[in-house]
Design a protein around this ligand. Structure first.
Ligand code: AMP
Length: 265
């Protein structure tokens, strides 16, 4: 039995940052990178299912779509208990939106044929909250989003999940497998990688593939394979606020002055 966990290397902004010259993203010099927090929880779900099933019964495969630097998040997954790590990249994937990323992940899922495919509910940097759901649609697999509890026994034809809804409500549903689940923060307590795990992970191989090797056409990749495109990224202008003080008459007079200035009346 196999669990595929989609993990993303996400960017966090430094306190002071600048927008790239093309105005469409943050200058990478001002970014710090790490494993997406939501993906840490979904990896933990997979590793817990594996540990409960006993030696050799479940294989956990971490997959990321990203350039060489993304290896560091895969090593973190290996250190925490993933059995294999796969990175898919080609420069043609630059500028991919969640649909184009989901298309690549779907091709990986078709090749790996997992029983469960776990993704994060959202990524902390771009917050699309759509890659997992797009992936389920492309594969035509059942899915459950914002999963706050998961009960899955390897070999079972379905998983029991609790979904987090608005207003503190939970919804309990059964989902047939293979299925895509998007995992919510707080579903478990992600482990820290042990020193031994980190050392061993450093020496483990990371499998690589290109989208072309997965059978994807050039037109399906990057901006040409995307349904949305970032036009501009910017820091919005801050609004102004003024406390009006004094007696009621003074406040009214100041208010009239502000309205006159704003309307030119
Ligand atoms: P998003 O739709 O960008 O908010 O991301 C939701 C989830 O999709 C993430 O938590 C990951 O599980 C998965 N995902 C997004 N981008 C990637 C990527 N480049 N590689 C692997 N998984 C990804």
């Amino acid at each position: 039995m196999k669990i595929l966990v989609a993990v993303k290397r996400v960017a966090a902004l430094e306190e002071d940052f600048e927008i790239r010259d093309d105005g469409r993203d943050v200058d990478p010099d001002f970014l710090n990178w790490d494993l997406n927090e939501w993906d840490d929880y979904s990896l933990e779900c997979a590793v817990q299912i594996k540990e409960a099933a006993g030696e050799g019964a479940v294989e956990v495969v971490a997959v990321t779509i990203g350039p060489d630097d993304a290896d560091e998040v895969l090593r973190k997954c290996l250190a925490k208990g993933a059995d294999r790590a796969l990175r898919v990249w080609d420069d043609a994937l630059e500028g991919s939106d969640p649909i184009a990323i989901a298309r690549v992940l779907a091709a990986v899922a078709q090749k790996e044929a997992p029983d469960l495919l776990l993704a994060g509910t959202q990524s902390s940097d771009h917050a699309h909250a759509s890659t997992g759901i797009a992936l389920a649609a492309l594969l035509d697999w059942p899915h459950a989003a914002v999963v706050a509890a998961l009960d899955f026994k390897p070999g079972s034809a379905s998983a029991l999940v609790q979904r987090e809804l608005e207003g503190g409500l939970l919804q309990s549903i059964g989902v047939q497998t293979p299925a895509v689940l998007t995992i919510q923060l707080g579903i478990n307590t992600p482990r820290y990688a042990s020193l031994r795990g980190i050392k061993q992970a450093a020496a483990r191989p990371i499998e690589t593939a290109t989208p072309q090797e997965l059978g994807l056409a050039e037109s399906a990749l990057g901006e040409s394979g995307s349904l949305s495109r970032v036009r501009r990224m910017y820091v919005p202008e801050k609004g102004r606020a003024e406390m009006i003080e004094g007696s009621a008459a003074e406040q009214a007079a100041r208010l009239i002055q502000i309205i006159r200035e704003a309307t030119g009346a």
